[in-house]
Design a protein around this ligand. Structure first.
Ligand SMILES: CC(C)(COP(=O)(O)OP(=O)(O)OC[C@H]1O[C@@H](n2cnc3c(N)ncnc32)[C@H](O)[C@@H]1OP(=O)(O)O)[C@@H](O)C(=O)NCCC(=O)NCCS
Length: 173
C-alpha cells in the first residue's frame, strides 16, 4: 500500500484537516488527556499555534499525506536534570494505519532530533496494550527498559505502560 509522506512544520492552514483526523476516539485512546475527544477546530488551532511558538525548542512535525496533515510526530526536549533527554510523541490518522508510515516517520524525526539538540536519549512511554506503537519503536531500535505497573488511568481503565529508549550512539546520524 502507498506509504508516501513528508514531514514539515505545522501551519495554521492545517487546522481543518488536523481537526477532522484527530477527532477519532481510536486515535486518542492511547494518548494523554491533553489530546481531547471530541477534538474541535479550536483544539487544532491552539495545538498548531503552540507548535509554531515552540519551533526553536522542540521538533514537532505534521505528517503530510496527499497534501493533507494526517498526523503528528515530534521530539520534545525536557528541562532541569532531564535536559539532555527528550520524549517522542506520535499519532497518525486511522485511514493510514498499517502502511509503515509511522515507522519511517519515527526514524526520520529521531535522526533529526539527535542532530538538532544536544540530547543523549529519546524515550517513549507507551501503554502496554498499544502493540502497534510498541512495534513502531522496536522496529526503530528502541530498547524496552521496563514496565511501569498500573501507571496510567485512561477512560476508566488502569493500565501498565512500557518505557522504551533510544540512545544517541544507537542511531546512524
Ligand atoms: C501507533 C501508530 C502511530 C502506528 O502507526 P502506523 O503507521 O500504523 O505504524 P506502522 O504501520 O509503521 O507499524 C505498525 C506495526 O504494528 C503492527 N500492529 C498493528 N496493530 C497490531 C496488533 N493489534 N497486534 C500486533 N501488531 C500490530 C503492524 O503489523 C506493524 O508491525 P510490523 O511491521 O512488524 O508488521 C498508529 O496506530 C496511531 O496513531 N495510533 C493512535 C495513536 C497512538 O497510539 N500513538 C502512539 C502513542 S504512544
Amino acid at each position: 500500500m502507498e506509504n508516501h509522506f513528508i514531514l514539515r512544520p505545522w501551519q495554521l492552514s492545517d487546522a481543518v484537516s488536523l481537526a477532522r483526523y484527530a477527532n477519532d476516539p481510536d486515535v486518542s485512546l492511547n494518548l494523554r488527556d491533553r489530546f481531547p475527544y471530541p477534538y474541535a477546530l479550536s483544539d487544532a488551532e491552539s495545538y498548531i499555534r503552540d507548535c509554531i511558538a515552540k519551533e526553536e525548542t522542540q521538533l514537532c512535525r505534521a505528517i503530510v499525506i496527499d497534501g493533507e496533515a494526517a498526523g503528528s510526530v515530534g521530539v520534545f526536549p525536557r528541562s532541569d536534570i532531564y535536559r539532555r533527554t527528550a520524549e517522542l510523541g506520535d499519532w497518525l490518522a486511522k485511514p493510514f494505519w498499517g502502511r509503515g508510515i509511522m515507522t519511517a516517520a519515527v526514524a526520520e524525526i529521531c535522526r533529526e532530533g539527535f542532530r538538532r539538540f544536544d540530547i543523549v536519549r529519546i524515550d517513549a512511554e507507551i501503554n502496554a496494550r498499544n502493540i502497534a506503537s510498541r512495534r513502531v519503536v522496536e522496529k526503530n531500535g528502541f530498547t524496552l527498559e521496563g514496565v511501569l505497573r498500573r501507571n496510567v488511568y485512561k477512560r476508566g481503565e488502569i493500565l501498565d505502560s512500557c518505557m522504551y529508549s533510544l540512545l544517541r550512539e544507537e542511531v546512524s546520524l
